[in-house]
Design a protein around this ligand. Structure first.
Ligand SMILES: [Zn+2]
Length: 82
């Protein structure tokens, strides 16, 4: 089995972003993303959420899609425009 599936991306995304995947798994993970727009967007959203949780980003620096996903999950309270 050389190909990684979308379900595995969801499972492995935290390890991937932590850099704790071993070499073949990390490479298969990275290889999957350019060919799969859904996973690419998902990984980017998780990356942004992790930054947000570490205080390295604010809701204003999030991609609109990430903000929409967080709002949908009720994790982010909408703010009024200034
Ligand atoms: Zn995928």
């Amino acid at each position: 089995m050389n190909d990684i599936r979308c379900a595995e991306i969801v499972e492995l995304v935290t390890d991937f972003l932590d850099g704790s995947l071993d070499e073949p798994a990390g490479r298969r993970f990275a290889d999957h993303l350019p060919g799969c727009r859904g996973c690419e967007r998902y990984v980017e959203q998780v990356r942004q959420i992790r930054r947000l949780l570490r205080g390295q980003a604010t809701h204003r620096t999030l991609l609109p899609a990430t903000r929409a996903a967080l709002l949908g999950a009720a994790l982010l309270v909408p703010v009024s425009p200034p």
